[in-house]
Design a protein. Structure first.
Length: 488
């Protein structure tokens, strides 16, 4: 009899409940990862992210081999092929117990239900762990017994829950006799099939060891100043741990505990640590939203009435946004950062998402999909939550009349243009007001595009569009106020 750890987005050996439980079963342990390239295609997962996952998997295979555990990698096409592939594998290796970390998006839930049916028929016990979140998605309910849809009260209850149930991640299993690591064939082939420029890979280090080092470095050097620095894209003020958290090369419990320990150790870390822990709460918040409102996976807006908004289908403006050619320096620098590194600073994700959905009035789903095609840390719950927040269609969203000015954001968060000039070299000659509004000095930046839309009047047009969408409930269709926007 064998215990099997089925790895998904939890590619690590430390702080891993499923692995620890498999080892404590006393049975010989194997590990398995099922490649589903069809799923990656269907969801347009960025090649850079695939590279990160596959490279981390190779490192995981080595770490498991050192613990005496073989990791097998099998290509089973897509999720539809998973139950059969698992059943065959379990029969071949006499698996009697299967351990895994729970996943919450709709397709993953359906996949896991199908797996439970098939394995149940074979008499195999399946045990799941809520290890990718700090608080399980159905643990907290409002006074009315409904899921939380507003962040602030959720955050309060979330902290209360954690005070009562502090995370206690298990230690890495003790070393048994190591087995030889063999570089898996399916994995090698999948990596070889990827086309990811070395210039993109150079920004990132896959794997658990690098993620753990980054966390330690951030807690040591970045946590205390996080509150003051996190909004300025020219500064290295955030942890850059989102990819590690989304692929599970790092446990969110470890992040939380290390931040709390730093707070207890050094009083001047407290402010930064509390704000950073708040970001981990946002991460849990959007995961519980996704788990409790599965229809979001079909592209539905959270706010019912906003489904009647008549978004523009303007391919030209969309392309200019994707390529960082909107004529607004901060928006363009941000989009170029995304295209050149696979990551974008949080403030800029909000600025670019609002620009697309408010200034250009282009459907947030276009932007959501584009981010997924580019992002190293592409994560359905956080991405969908961030886009619906920015478009004012989501839970606890920015109110529709709140529109970030791309000029004001630029002046506040990149006053000297250090970040802008890193990605928009056409603006090197500009300073002061003209740097943030290059149309004031077109002679000094002749290669930089003119604005594709005017900022003036956006708020009024958006307000009218939301009002009409509410009034008409979709019955008459066209929203004139938005049709008349000044997209040049
Ligand atoms: C339009 C939009 C799209 C986004 N898409 C994604 C995405 O695909 N994947 C993703 O991980 N995050 C996404 N975010 C959230 C956030 O921008 C990133 O998590 C953050 O920029 C990652 O950088 P960091 O690791 O340095 O974060 P830090 O500031 O160091 O924060 C620590 C961790 O908290 C989590 N976190 C921080 N902010 C948020 C947030 N607003 N929502 C949920 N979790 C958060 C992340 O796991 C992050 O690594 C999106 C935000 C917006 C507005």
């Amino acid at each position: 009899m064998t215990a099997l750890v089925w790895y998904r987005n939890d590619l690590r050996v430390h702080d891993h409940q499923a692995l620890a439980a498999a080892v404590s079963s006393g049975l010989p342990v194997r590990a398995l990862y099922l490649l589903c390239p069809g799923q990656w295609e269907a969801h347009q997962v960025a090649p850079l992210r695939r590279w990160y996952v596959l490279s981390s998997l190779r490192e995981l295979g080595q770490a498991l081999a050192a613990l005496g555990i073989v990791l097998d990698v099998i290509d089973c096409g897509d999720f539809a092929g998973v139950p059969q592939a698992l059943a065959d594998y379990c029969r071949r290796h006499q698996v009697s117990q299967l351990f895994c970390t729970r996943e919450y998006p709709l397709n993953e839930l359906r996949r896991d239900r199908a797996v439970a049916d098939v394995l149940g028929g074979l008499g195999i016990a399946l045990q799941g762990f809520d290890d990718s979140v700090l608080v399980p998605p159905r643990a907290l309910k409002t006074g009315q017994g409904t899921p939380y849809t507003v962040f602030t009260p959720y955050r309060r209850r979330w902290q209360h829950y954690l005070d009562e149930h502090p995370p206690a991640p298990p230690a890495r299993p003790r070393k048994r006799e190591a087995v030889a690591f063999r570089d898996d064939n399916s994995l090698r082939k999948a990596l070889a099939a990827l086309d990811v420029p070395a210039s993109l890979q150079a920004h990132w280090q896959p794997g658990e060891a690098a993620a753990r080092r980054r966390l330690q470095g951030f807690v040591r050097e970045g946590l205390a100043g996080y509150k003051a620095q996190r909004d300025f894209p020219a500064q290295a003020g955030t942890s850059l741990l989102s990819v590690a958290l989304s692929a599970g090369t790092l446990s969110v419990q470890r992040c939380y505990l290390m931040a709390r320990e730093a707070m207890a150790r050094e009083a001047d870390t407290e402010e930064g640590a509390l704000v950073w822990i708040g970001e981990l709460a946002w991460r849990d918040f959007y995961r519980q939203i996704m788990a409790n409102f599965p229809h979001l996976a079909w592209g539905a807006p959270f706010r019912e009435e906003t489904k009647w908004l008549q978004w523009q289908r303007d391919e030209q403006c969309f392309q200019a946004w994707c390529e960082g050619r909107t004529g607004y320096p901060l928006v363009d620098a941000a989009m170029r950062q995304l295209n050149q590194t696979g990551w974008m600073h949080n403030r800029l994700r909000m600025v670019t998402a609002m620009f697309l959905t408010k200034h250009l009035f282009i459907d947030w789903r276009w932007g959501e999909a584009y981010f997924m095609r580019q992002l190293l840390d592409g994560d359905f719950a956080a991405n969908n939550g961030g886009w619906q927040w920015s478009a004012s269609t989501g839970t606890d969203a920015a109110p529709y009349f709140r529109v970030f000015s791309p000029i004001r954001q630029s002046e506040r968060f990149d006053p000297d243009g250090v970040f802008i000039k890193q990605y928009v070299p056409e603006l090197h000659g500009l300073t002061g007001k003209a740097l943030h509004q290059p149309w004031l000095a077109p002679m000094l930046a002749p290669d930089y595009p003119s604005p594709i839309v005017q900022h003036e009047g956006v708020r009024e047009r958006v307000t009218a569009a939301f009002q009409q969408a509410r009034d008409i409930g979709g019955s008459t269709g066209i929203v004139e106020a938005v049709k008349n926007r000044n997209c040049i």
